[in-house]
Design a binder for this molecule. Structure first.
Ligand code: FAD
Ligand code: DLZ
Ligand code: SF4
Length: 514
């Protein structure tokens, strides 16, 4: 039996399930750079270049270890522009008895793949993606009959299941979670290690040139000087080492901190590699746990990092597959306001947004609290369109794939799923941003002012948000304190907040970007 195989751009792992089903002598793999994937939403130029370069390097690696690979580059004359048409072209020249692949990570592509058996009249085998630590079926089993699907309980189950940071059935340190010690803002000067920067070879240079040429209208900067990504497994492992040896030691302490012109902080910058397959979740978790046992990093930092991967990453994937396709159209708070122009590069006097969006444009990266409490919080408070915010987050980050982006946006930041993922919206006024960052010092607005033309917009937008959605949130026990403060507010103050918020919202210029 001669098999045809397709490997997608986020399946760049030598341990990918499909590879162990191939006969190196008889079977052939197709990999293709296609216009549809790069522009069904107009991905950040650096993200496209990262994926294409990593794909090209992976194809070479597969050939080096004996697989037959047919590779279509984006600038090839024969390139038909989408997965189905590329497969059709491939199957027409290659007499295969079956088509085999590891399941695509996104609903959209999985649906497409499910049509191939009939379309090409060929037996199709779709294998489980065992690079994740639990399957959608296992997640669904865990979720069954639960009143709410809190991350914390999922995380504890995963700690036990994989025996991570456990001793005699108990969590090491007798605590599951050290977040209480993890929310510091740096006092005085701190020294932030330089981020890992992978070398650029001629393959990457060529990719940068063709992406700049072909996708010139897409958001984001792309040049040799802002391309820092590892595009091979070897360099991704170096990036992991670099994090473990240089930043893990302070990861937890400053996990929520934000400093002007410091995009990288003590975060790992590994999501790109995890999501395209150059790194595997368990090896990152094991490396962090080992650093703890060797005394190289403290428990609060190691536990905090492990929770992100063993907990959040697996959890959001579970949520995605549990609720798709309905999840994509949820809009609990009826948020439909168009995205303002500064999301796509126009200026804004709000320094926090300007910093976070500016660095996103430059690096296709922002760390979690910037995404959640600055950009996400703003999108929530302004009632920005769930569809447009999802598209923005999918476009701008090099680590964005729908299975992870959508639950974070629809669920975590916009509460558009009505609380399937979080028990309350992550809404906050300017004082939270002021506590965790130094952005407010250089802002046009005054964070301490609650209303008026120079008041921080987050302040009145926060109260306006609570007023607008009172029917939905007043009875939420986690929000009762806020609603009791709101109840005590003078009617005149409420009117002023409403007027300020509406003026601000009306002043937002919708983006022209399409
Ligand atoms: P670190 O802070 O070093 O964390 C370590 C790892 O934990 C990350 O590499 C990532 O794999 C995982 N992780 C941490 N938080 C989450 C989370 N909430 N969900 C899933 N995995 C997590 N992450 C993506 O990988 N792709 C996305 O498209 C994405 N979109 C997001 C959108 C919003 C609105 C928010 C609030 C978060 C989003 N995240 C996304 C989660 C998180 O912000 C990024 O994983 C993280 O910032 C990546 O940087 P890092 O590798 O330095 O992470
Ligand atoms: C993100 C991305 C981009 C920009 N381009 C391609 C591509 O040309 N070819 C490819 O195989 N994969 C690409 N990817 C990653 C895919 O979007 C990802 O593999 C799907 O989301 C899988 O469901
Ligand atoms: Fe952002 Fe408000 Fe601080 Fe300005 S004052 S940086 S708008 S939180």
């Amino acid at each position: 039996m001669k098999k045809a195989c397709i490997i997608f751009g986020d399946q760049l792992s030598e341990s990918l399930s499909v590879l162990s089903h191939l006969d190196k002598e008889k079977d052939t793999i197709l990999m293709c750079e296609v216009n549809e994937e790069a522009s069904y939403v107009k991905h950040h130029k650096a993200k496209i270049a990262f994926v294409f370069s990593a794909m090209r390097h992976f194809a070479l690696r597969l050939q080096e270890i004996g697989f037959k690979v047919i590779y279509t580059q984006i600038d090839s004359k024969e390139n038909t522009g989408n997965f189905t048409a590329e497969l059709k072209r491939f199957l027409a020249t290659y007499d295969a008895d079956a088509l085999i692949f590891t399941e695509p990570s996104e609903y959209r592509v999985k649906k497409m793949a499910q049509s191939w058996e009939t379309l090409f009249n060929i037996p199709v085998k779709m294998l489980e993606d065992d690079r994740f630590l639990i399957t959608p079926a296992e997640f669904s089993h865990w979720a069954a009959n639960k009143k709410n699907l809190l991350l914390e309980f999922f995380y504890r189950m995963m700690r036990k299941k994989f025996n991570i940071l456990m001793k005699d059935g108990h969590p090491i340190g007798e605590q599951w979670n050290f977040d209480a010690t993890n929310r510091q803002f740096p006092k005085g000067n701190i020294s932030i290690p330089s981020p890992f920067n992978a070398p650029i070879d001629s393959i990457t240079m060529e990719v940068i040139d063709s992406v700049n040429e072909k996708f010139s209208g897409h958001f984001g900067e792309l040049s040799k000087s802002n391309f820092y990504f590892a595009v091979t497994r070897i360099d991704a492992l170096r990036a992991l080492d670099d994090f473990i040896n240089n930043r893990l030691i302070q990861f937890g302490d400053y996990q929520d901190a934000m400093l002007e012109n410091e995009p990288w902080m003590f975060h790992s910058h590994l999501s790109f590699y995890l999501n395209c397959g150059l790194l595997l979740p368990l090896e990152c978790i094991n490396a962090a746990e080992e650093a703890y046992h060797l005394g190289k990093a403290p428990l609060n930092c190691v536990e905090g990092f492990i929770r992100q991967i063993l907990g959040w990453r697996e959890y959001v994937r579970g949520i995605y597959w549990l609720y798709m396709p309905n999840y994509a159209s949820m809009n609990y708070l009826q948020a439909n306001r168009p995205l303002p122009d500064f999301f796509w590069g126009a200026q804004t006097p709000m320094n926090c947004l300007s910093q976070c969006i500016g660095q996103t444009q430059k690096w296709a990266y922002a760390h979690h609290i910037q995404r959640l409490m600055v950009i996400g919080n703003f999108a929530l408070l302004c009632g920005l369109s769930v569809k447009e915010v999802n598209e923005w987050f999918l476009v701008v980050y090099a680590d964005a794939f729908e299975w992870v982006e959508m639950p974070n946006v629809t669920g975590m930041i916009l509460y558009a799923d009505g609380g399937l993922l979080g028990s309350k919206p992550y809404a906050a006024g300017g004082s939270y941003i002021n506590k965790m960052s130094n952005y407010c010092k250089n802002c046009h607005y005054k964070v301490k002012e609650k209303t008026g033309t120079t008041a921080c917009p987050f302040n009145y937008l926060y109260w306006y948000f609570l007023m607008q959605h009172e029917d939905k949130f007043r009875t939420n026990p986690r929000m009762s304190m806020m609603y009791s403060t709101l109840s005590k507010m003078e009617p005149q103050s409420r009117l002023l907040i409403k007027a300020n918020a509406e003026d601000f919202l009306n002043s937002l210029k919708p983006a022209k970007y399409t």
